[in-house]
Design a protein around this ligand. Structure first.
Ligand SMILES: *Cc1c(COP(=O)(O)O)cnc(C)c1O
Length: 353
């Protein structure tokens, strides 16, 4: 059985939109897409009067090399948020199918499921915030088409061991697509599971340039999956998802110069994460700092609301995650520059009686 048998049959059957750029490329005089013949002011050779390539070849090539997959195993879109949405729409029939998530986790899986009117099966993380694979398998119903696993998890920061992910993808074969969200994997000790895509066609991996690559404002994310899943999602994706200036910025970030810059900042974040984790643990108001492999720390306070307000009064905005399951006393603090982190500590020390 192919993983495509789990997808919505009407999506597999439909005739996708065929854009001008898909039907013909090359040529010198382009009169097929009703574009302007003149570049806009300040265009600087970018050619923004023309529609962009649906999947820009140079960017796909650079990302496939970076992530160690073949080009046909990669879909590039507007952040990994777009891929989450496309997956839910391609695999979940409204009112019938479902996704499985493990709260507390990233909110977009549930939001996309609700927009599609898909069900949401929740299997809470264990008390120590680790994933319980057996509990996931026990909760699986025939309606579940997608199982989302975030590793390291947002907002708790723990990774899921590769052996557990492999056990899960094997058990889900023929039943559901496992979607491993690796938005923070660059910050973690353990690497990506993208190399397993060749072995399991029911595995998909989400990667993004929004975090370690410092391009949240550029909106570029990737889905790595079997060529069949990628081709299926392209049928329902917007015809020209990627703005030319974004593609340009991403290519620069992925150049040798850009990669050296990103690596430098990654090392700072990892060192600061260790330092902040230790320093926060000593504060009297802090109950616990969850061990994190991401670029943030989930911190439990005696008075989380008070800590949030005092940080805010000092001009520091952190994420209040108290509404998440089992995080009723927690704030999520992103690792900033060393000077920014120092300011966080100064405010929390001052107010730790
Ligand atoms: C930030 C984040 C993303 C990335 O979203 P983009 O749309 O690529 O910016 C994806 N998943 C998780 C868990 C995140 O925290």
């Amino acid at each position: 059985m192919s993983v495509l048998d789990l997808a919505r049959p009407e999506i597999r059957a439909m005739q996708p939109y065929s854009s001008a750029r898909m039907e013909a490329s090359g040529g010198e005089v382009l009169l097929n897409a009703n574009e302007s013949a003149w570049a806009p002011v300040g265009d600087d050779g970018l050619g923004c009067n023309r529609y962009p390539e649906p999947q820009p070849a140079a960017l796909v090539e650079a990302l496939a090399t970076l992530y160690g997959v073949r080009r046909e195993q990669l879909l590039v879109g507007r952040g990994s948020d777009e891929a989450i949405d496309l997956l839910v729409r391609a695999f979940c029939r409204a009112g019938r199918d479902a996704v499985l998530i493990q709260p507390p986790t990233f909110g977009m899986y549930a939001v996309c499921a609700r927009v599609q009117d898909a069900g949401i099966v929740e299997v809470p993380l264990a008390a120590d915030a680790t994933l319980d694979v057996d509990a996931v398998l026990a909760a699986l119903t025939p309606a579940v088409k997608l199982v989302f696993v975030c590793t390291p998890n947002n907002p708790t920061g723990q990774p899921v061991p590769r052996t557990e992910l492999e056990r899960l993808v094997q058990a889900l074969a023929g039943r559901a697509l496992l979607v491993v969200d690796e938005a923070y994997v660059e910050f973690a000790d353990e690497g990506s599971v993208a190399d397993l895509i060749d072995r399991y066609d029911n595995l998909a991996v989400l990667r993004t340039l929004s975090k370690a690559w410092a391009l949240a404002g550029v909106r570029i994310g990737s889905l790595l999956a079997s060529a069949g899943v990628i081709a299926l999602l392209r049928r329902i994706m917007a015809p020209y998802p990627l703005p030319l200036p974004s593609v340009d910025a991403a290519l620069l970030a992925l150049s040798g110069w850009g990669q050296a810059n990103a690596r430098e900042h990654l090392a700072v974040v990892r060192a600061e994460r260790t330092r902040m984790c230790e320093a926060l643990r000593w504060l009297r108001n802090v109950r616990e700092v969850l061990p994190s492999q991401a670029n943030f720390l989930a911190v439990r306070f005696d008075d989380a609301a008070g800590a949030y307000q005092r940080l805010l009064a000092a001009g520091i905005v952190v994420r209040d995650v108290r509404r998440y399951l089992n995080l009723g006393d927690a704030l999520r603090i992103t690792i900033g520059t060393p000077a920014e982190n120092e300011r966080v500590l100064a405010v929390l020390q001052e107010t730790s009686p």
